[in-house]
Write a protein that binds this ligand. Sequence first.
Ligand code: SF4
Length: 360
Amino acid sequence: MKRNYVIPFFILHKGCPHQCIFCDQNRITGQRNIHPEEDADTIERYLSTIPSNGVNIEVGFFGGTFTGLAAEAQEGFLRAAYPFIAEGRVRGIRLSTRPDFIDKGGLELLRRYGVVCVELGVQSMSDRVLSVSRRGYTALDVERASRMILKEGFMLGHQIMVGLPSSRPEHEYYTARRARELGASQIRIYPLIVIKGTELAEWWTAKRYEPLKEEDAVERCMRLILYFEAHNVKVIRCGLHPSEGLLNGSDYLAGPFHPSLRQKVESRIFAVMLERLLPNTGITAVLFNPGDEAALFGFQGKNSVLLHKISGPGKAALTRDIEVPRGCLRVTERQGERERVFTLDRKQAAEQTIPELLSP
Ligand code: SF4
């Protein structure tokens, strides 16, 4: 399968009808605004560094409300990228926008210029959560926009958040379920953090908002990822891109920001699989794909205690094996004279952690 590579452009806050309580795109992305005249040079520069084989290359416009821009402004950005699509050097364009800025005429314009995927900044499908965060639209707007995007032939992406004010895990599960039911095929999950200068920062200072602890964010993200995977929906991002201001702390106040958040989630998924093995007493071997070594041992060795309970002198042998599918463990278990070999995969991790979500 070909890898996706997106050449990113940021239209920071452009087209946004207001400032959402948690958002400061300049600080979150660490990028500067672009001008359409620069698009072509930038794309050319990126293309010179991307291997052309085995990669789907797209141009992406993120960081604002693309379809909230005036039509001429949208065309300015799209027109600069379009020749690369016409020449077959770029597969298409993706962009992010708000659910309340989608209409048929606007989608026709996007299609004319080779847009293939529209990512909606959904954040939550709970009207209460949306209203507390003053997002300015309802779940009904998300449903209407999602249906229209698919009907007009685009791929649909949903961007969702965990840890929004007043959002509980049930709201986030419901948001995930609706994303799948509405036909989103690509998901980005962002745990909410408190950025300096935002309204949320004032709420946090006044103790009106308490962000998730990192382990809770990892747990919530893991459940959503397992849910989407169980339904063949791709999670293309989990956690914010690490801008310089977030990394050095100059823009960050509080909340579950970690540049390796996805790795922590992957480690936690292996921890769930290992926990599932603990009651099995006769395990003699555990094989894993070498590509999973970091996740299996856990971020900074976090799973080593669990691993020691299963493998080690007098216990199961832990061995790399390229034949084991990624994300799985192949386990040999002896009970008396009988030996059985079975594979633990992420679906079983999902059954272990989110059985209530997997029922129809
Ligand atoms: S619509 Fe999106 S980009 Fe614009 S302020 Fe709100 S969260 Fe930020």
